[in-house]
Design a protein around this ligand. Sequence first.
Ligand code: PMP
Ligand code: GLN
Length: 406
Amino acid sequence: MAQDAGSTGHGEWSPAARVRGLGTSVFTEMTELARRTGAVNLGQGVPELDAPGPLLRDVADTVLAGGNQYPPAHGFPALREAVAAHQARRYGLAYEPQREVLVTTGATEALAATLLALCDPGDEVIAFDPCYDAYPAGARFAGARLVPVPLAEDGEGEAGGAGGAGFVLDEDALRAAVTGRTRVLLLNTPHNPTGKVFTAAELAVIARLCEEHDLTVVTDEVYEHLVYDDAVHRTIAALPGMRERTLTISSAGKTFNVTGWKVGWVCGPAHLVAAVAAAKQFLTYASGTPYQEALARALGGVEAWAVELRGTLRRNRDLLSAGLARAGLRPHRADAGYFVQADIRAWGHADGVRFCRELPSRAGVVAIPTSAFQMRPDAPSYLVRFSFCKREKSVLEAVEKLVNAV
Ligand code: PMP
Ligand code: GLN
């Protein structure tokens, strides 16, 4: 972790309260650990898989043709049109590209700008726990408080394979979390780190509650194309009455294996998108000209590409889950996304942070403790997240090492 305190030569220095104690993100720490130890990195969700060749060539051509200056602050019109067409085609939702779609510097900037735009100091943001680490940080930057609502485990992780326990909505816990200060419900489906896909019934419960309490929904759907087997991704914005109170965030990073490009977007009703744009223009103004231009051309063909990608990821998930089970690290069910969570207690461990710090020397593998995504002090600490957005060779090598380390 980074040190907060330092000295300027004029006495003790400490950073502003909004960053105090944030330290170094667990992804940075664990990726550095993998680099130092040479361990197989199943920690950070950074793909080893290839992006579509034509998309890469298109970016190169665009750069060489001079597409290197600022894009429009709200994003290139062609990309906003492609995003609107994507939402219409996949979810039956009509967005006006000029006023209801905003291009951002990844989903991360979209989340930060959205929370800055929607929350006043003292407001509360509900999120399901565990949750992506940018959510509490974003809420804090806005002066708001993130209120964690635990997802309930539905059973034990399974010794035998991929079909183990998953996570379900706890409606009572959700209702109990709403107060007079709640402004936003922050949803993430498909979900990082659990691999959960919220069901139609769960989304209906959340939608009803948000209508009852007049909450704005922010839904992070960066894994929208990466669902496996019978799981179906649904967007809450498509439920009756929800389009007008929902901002939907997604990104090209996961869908096209281009996480370093940082092209994301927000869709929603014009008044909400205008507020997000007001914050976004003073965070980065705009970014990613060649990527935006090429993605505008690629997004129309995303479905065909995603079929292939899902096949690769599903095979990797199955290899990883079966391998974790063989190694005695009970895997949870992962219906979507990049990650499988495993229960480490059979290895005599209860503390995921210690386990992950020791795993490179014990087994030559890097993983991420789920506690990095948990906001509640009483949350269980025995879950660890392994990512499978890697070459099959890396997954097999990691599994082999884990099995041999038992
Ligand atoms: N949301 C979730 C749930 C994520 O897992 C990630 C990780 N990439 C992001 C947002 C950030 O997306 P981007 O890289 O587009 O900023
Ligand atoms: N979303 C990825 C993960 O959960 C990477 C996040 C990051 O590096 N900030 O691992």
